[in-house]
Design a protein around this ligand. Structure first.
Ligand code: ATP
Length: 291
């Protein structure tokens, strides 16, 4: 049996950190939105009892340091599977960028293993396995527009974001998620995005209501250290974006546009000025794995 699954990336329309827990984790309140930037995973079953992973990116690990490998290993062990799996991971989602690339690949691997071996695991159970691999993995199984609370694993589905064009731009720098959270002073934040107001705007189907409330408290750490993030935001806002924001812990920036042409011309300019290495104009994506 051989088949392919797409693993979609996400942006955070809103990202708030409520507090740092005693165990070191941060309690978050985020609005997640799946976007049509995706990795493609090709699955096939093999006789031999092993996990054979390959990728188009030579710098990515293909052993247990890759979340895809870990997801497959977990399912193999849980269900006593004695044959093997071969997976090719074709990556397009920027790596270490704040778009949950690794988490969504892990989500696709869980769904793929379920299908490949006919395990009939429910989505809820897959999400329980997912959280052991990473806080964003359950969301990546659910997909669409969602409120994410706790450490990211308490999910509430929300109405889909209204149609718009999303310009995604990753500057040519790397930012470690760990560094960002370590340098965040959750108790000293002077501003918190209006997440509840954004939920109301989603319910009302108001794109402007959503974009007016976009905010990410992690920018307090990254923008100071990496001014290129602010430069990209400024360029998007000057070029007709309704709003622009860093996604997750960055450094990816996204801008929301009503006008596709404006989004495309900003994309070209960002590339030309070398402010972004990877840039795409995409639509929000709200289809789950079952369809
Ligand atoms: P998040 O938005 O959840 O913070 P991210 O976009 O910042 O995620 P990822 O692209 O998921 O970060 O990956 C960060 C690190 O995880 C990489 O440096 C990479 O070595 C490792 N990694 C493990 N598995 C994967 C994978 N399947 N794809 C990408 N990176 C992976």
């Amino acid at each position: 049996m051989e088949f392919e699954l797409n693993a979609y990336g996400k942006v955070n329309l809103g990202l708030d950190v409520l507090r740092k827990r005693e165990d070191g984790y941060h309690e978050v309140k985020m609005i997640m939105q799946t976007v049509k930037v995706f990795d493609r995973l090709t699955f096939s079953d093999i006789q031999e009892d092993k996990i054979e992973l390959s990728s188009n990116l030579s710098f990515l690990p293909v052993n247990k340091d890759n979340l895809v490998y870990r997801a497959c290993d977990m399912i193999k062990k849980e269900y006593g599977i004695l044959s093997g799996v071969k997976i090719h991971l074709d990556k397009h989602i920027p790596v270490a960028a704040g778009m949950a690339g690794g988490s969504t690949d892990a989500a696709a691997a869980l769904v793929g293993m379920n299908k490949l071996f006919g395990l009939k695991i429910s989505q809820d159970k897959l999400m329980e396995y997912g959280v052991k691999l990473g806080a964003d993995v359950p969301y990546c199984i659910m997909r669409g527009t969602a409120l994410s609370e706790g450490i990211g694993e308490v999910l509430t589905k929300l109405p889909p974001m209204p149609r718009c064009y999303i310009l995604i731009a990753k500057p040519p720098i790397s930012v470690s998620t760990k560094m960002v959270y370590e340098n965040l002073h959750a108790d000293r934040l002077s501003y918190h995005p209006d997440i509840d107001g954004m939920i109301d705007a989603l319910r009302a189907g108001s794109l402007k209501g959503i974009t007016d409330r976009m905010g990410n408290v992690l920018e307090t750490v990254t923008v100071e250290r990496y001014p290129i993030i602010e430069d990209i935001k400024r360029r998007m806002l000057d070029d007709g974006a309704m709003n622009a924001l860093m996604s997750g812990s960055g450094p990816t920036v996204f801008g929301i546009y009503e006008d596709e042409e404006k989004a495309r011309s900003t994309m070209k300019e960002l590339r030309y000025k070398k402010l972004a290495k990877q840039a795409f104009v995409v639509l929000p994506f709200n289809t789950d794995f079952n369809r």
